[in-house]
Design a protein around this ligand. Structure first.
Ligand code: GUN
Length: 315
């Protein structure tokens, strides 16, 4: 008997990101009309990391799309912690700046923690300051890191009931893994966190009705890690260019991806093995086109929130 393999339903980030940005644009316009004020985001980038340059450019472009003012501060690789602190402090005290972000990773010579802790928590639209991380951990979130916040929006948009699910987060970074676990806990999921020292990764992930993966290793989560029918959210964004690797990861879709490699020199793949996961999972976020787009949309939402709170309004 020939049985047709059913493929996981793709969870499309583009639709949700567009919806969030539309909402933000409407509220920004209303603020401009009623308060004669437009929110402003200051994005700071240090050094020559090409990926960071792309990310910051996308953030500035999103600001333009939703009517938020923006400033792009690009500093040289040789910038010292003190020089960057001076810039952050000058942005902290400016009344016309609502949100401040420093694109990570910062160059090795700069003390990242010192910089993150210097940002005024009321302008910390990335949600990385310990005050904001602490409030989230206490169940009283104000500014929540954009990627995990976007994942919650994606699940809500698709009417996925989080309450009571067994959720597994793979990765424990300050940017994604930890805040993701906190948000899922706040929504009454039973949360497990797995990481690089977890003894039996597959045993942990296979229990999960909802699996969120943020580890930064191309295609590492395969068939054996996924509970049949699970909702799988792939936060990874890895560049690959080897033909063999493209075939191994994409199966039937490899030819299309190889065309992308021929054109750009690489194709993007998440931390989840796309061909294997699509045969086991019930729902799966694509890479690209999944979580990545939501991060920028949520940054817009956080920047509007910072401006709204500054005006003493309810966000
Ligand atoms: N680097 C990777 N993700 C992020 C993010 O969400 N914000 C900042 N500032 N840097 C990052």
């Amino acid at each position: 008997m020939i049985t047709e393999k059913t493929k996981a339903q793709p969870l499309d980030g583009a639709v949700v990101a567009a919806r969030i940005k539309d909402e933000v644009a409407g509220q920004v316009e209303a603020m401009a009309q009623t308060r004669d004020y437009r929110p402003c985001l200051a994005a700071v980038r240090v050094g020559d990391d090409p990926a960071s340059a792309v990310y910051v450019r996308n953030k500035i472009k999103a600001c333009e799309e939703v009517g938020i003012r923006s400033e792009h501060h690009a500093l040289p690789e040789s910038t010292t912690t003190e020089e960057l602190l001076n810039l952050v402090n000058s942005l902290n005290v400016r009344d016309d700046v609502d949100g401040i972000l420093t694109q990570l990773p910062l160059p090795r010579g700069i003390d990242e923690t010192t910089i993150i802790e210097a940002i005024d928590p009321s302008k910390d639209v990335d949600g990385f300051h310990p005050i904001n991380a602490g409030k989230l951990a206490m169940g009283r979130p104000v500014f929540v890191p954009c990627t995990p916040a976007g994942i919650i929006e994606l699940l809500d948009f698709n009417a996925i009931e989080i309450r009571g699910l067994n959720a597994c987060v793979v990765g424990r970074s300050q940017i994604v893994g930890r805040p993701m676990a906190q948000l899922l806990l706040q929504r009454d999921a039973t949360v497990t966190i797995c990481h690089s020292r977890t003894r039996d990764l597959a045993a942990g992930t296979r229990e999960a009705d909802l699996l969120v993966v943020a580890i930064g290793r191309a295609g590492m989560i395969g068939r054996e890690h996924i509970k049949p029918g699970a909702i799988v959210v792939d936060v990874g964004m890895n560049k690959i260019s080897e033909e063999q690797e493209v075939h191994a990861l994409f199966g039937d879709a490899a030819e299309k991806r190889l065309e992308v490699v021929a054109k750009r020199g690489y194709t993007l793949v998440g931390d989840v093995h796309p061909a294997e996961a699509s045969e086991v999972a019930g729902m799966l976020t694509p890479v690209p086109g999944g979580v990545g787009l939501l991060t920028v949309a949520m940054l817009m939402k956080n920047t509007l929130k910072a401006a709204t709170l500054k005006h003493g309004l309810n966000p």
